[in-house]
Design a protein around this ligand. Structure first.
Ligand code: SF4
Length: 67
């Protein structure tokens, strides 16, 4: 497990946003920790089906609950 912080995909509203949040994703957001190999879709880049890890990040970051 790895700590995740503001600005990283695991804390971003676009991380897995087009499917209901799995129990594991809820847990990642609550605990602010994620397995290094946890991968989900970035909803902001849906057209290219971008997959990112919870530890990834980009300038399009928007915190969960802001949308
Ligand atoms: S790639 Fe950027 S927009 Fe997509 S989930 Fe990660 S931080 Fe959010």
């Amino acid at each position: 497990m790895q700590m995740i912080h503001e600005g990283q995909c695991g804390m971003c509203t676009h991380f897995g946003e087009h499917h209901p949040a799995s129990e594991q994703l809820v847990q990642i957001r609550t605990s602010k920790q994620a397995p290094v190999d946890y991968v989900d879709e970035c909803g902001r880049n849906e057209d290219i089906h971008l997959k990112v890890t919870a530890l990834s990040g980009c300038d399009g970051f928007e915190p969960v609950g802001s949308a």
